[in-house]
Design a protein around this ligand. Structure first.
Ligand code: SIN
Length: 346
């Protein structure tokens, strides 16, 4: 758990708080004012600026502008300002934006269902296990698959582990029965909710808080940093610390842009991105811990911890989801995954 920061939580509004406490994210502005950018890269994403993804995108902007002496500019559009889940990938393919960082759960809808491996519930014990996949041959093979869609995958980064929320505690499968749970556009996550007894409702991230507030859906899953920065605590009475699944991202650009850049510019952009992703991974844990502290202090949402027996019940209930995915994408993918994680068969 991160140490309580010196800044005074009560006197600072939620969004400012996470930013104020993310001191490591703050870098001096690029040598602004003197050089007009010759190339401007537009980076669109759907979450708040104070989340790991928002911080990574802002860091990337600063690094690219500094290292290119302002010759390459980056415009960041957070909070689905330009494009949301439903159309950001299409916008990238059309060249309306240059970089997006969708969650790995959102690649199935563009014909790459293998990415849903990352959504399998209770798959990863910790982030080191995730790293064995993202940095290994399987992760690289998945990124190469993006070429089929005219895209280039530049790298992965974490948000962290997801928690379940609703207007009641969700501690074991019987608690989910009858609930409409908002999910990302991932068949694995939908199957997970069905296996727990809930009805999955696919909604864009930017619509989720409103859907919770109006009762269109009853609950959802997300890492705490997303839960807090979206103000979901104001519309959900209970957050259960299930840590049942992973949320991570891939940064993607389009092949036309990538081919258009000179090799030195590609190297500069790629290095700035890799540095930003390393930073985002460091921030992921911290931002989630800080958001949890803020949430506890806000007293808006009750926070529940599961017993080992409750976790085991959930884990057993969702086992069929693994076989379902194997049937859909081929068992070879899951075998390779298990081998890389040092786990026994599916
Ligand atoms: C994101 O973190 O990019 C959004 C995740 C979600 O749609 O739940």
């Amino acid at each position: 758990m991160a140490a309580m920061p010196a800044c005074q939580l009560q006197s600072i509004r939620r969004r400012q708080w996470l930013a104020a406490c993310a001191g490591a994210a703050l870098l001096p502005a690029a040598g602004s004012g003197t050089t007009q950018p010759q190339i401007t890269l537009r980076f669109s994403h759907v979450v708040a600026e104070e989340t790991p993804k928002g911080l990574a995108a802002n860091r990337f902007k600063v690094l690219v502008e500094q290292r290119s002496g302002g010759r390459i500019g980056v415009q960041v559009f957070p909070n689905a300002q330009l494009y949301g889940d439903a159309n950001e990938m299409q916008a990238l393919q059309l060249g309306a934006v240059d970089l997006v960082a969708p969650s790995l759960s959102k690649f199935g809808r563009i014909g790459l269902p293998e990415f849903e491996l990352f959504d399998l519930p209770f798959l990863f014990d910790d982030l080191n296990a995730v790293r064995r996949i993202t940095l290994g041959p399987l992760g690289q093979r998945l990124l190469q698959g993006l070429q089929r869609q005219g895209l280039v995958g530049l790298g992965y980064f974490d948000n962290g582990f997801k928690q379940m929320s609703a207007n009641r505690p969700l501690l074991e499968p019987k608690d989910f029965v009858g609930l409409r749970m908002r999910v990302q556009a991932s068949q694995v996550i939908a199957a997970q909710m069905r296996a727990l007894g809930a009805r999955p409702v696919t909604l864009a991230f930017s619509e989720t808080r409103r859907a919770l507030a109006t009762g269109v859906v009853d609950g959802t899953e997300n890492p705490v940093s997303n839960f807090w920065t979206q103000g979901m605590d104001e519309v959900q009475t209970d957050l259960s610390l299930t840590n049942h699944g992973y949320l991570g991202y891939a940064v993607v650009t389009n092949q036309r842009l990538w081919n258009y850049l000179t090799q030195p510019d590609r190297d500069l952009v790629n290095q700035a991105l890799q540095d930003s992703l390393g930073f985002a991974n460091q921030m992921a844990d911290t931002q989630n811990d800080k958001a949890l502290i803020a949430l506890r202090l806000a007293h808006t949402t009750r926070i529940h911890t599961l017993s080992q027996a409750q976790r085991d019940l959930m884990r057993q209930a969702v086992q069929p989801v693994h076989q379902e995915l194997a049937r859909r994408i081929g068992s070879e993918w899951l075998q390779t995954l298990r081998e890389a994680l040092g786990q026994k068969g599916i």
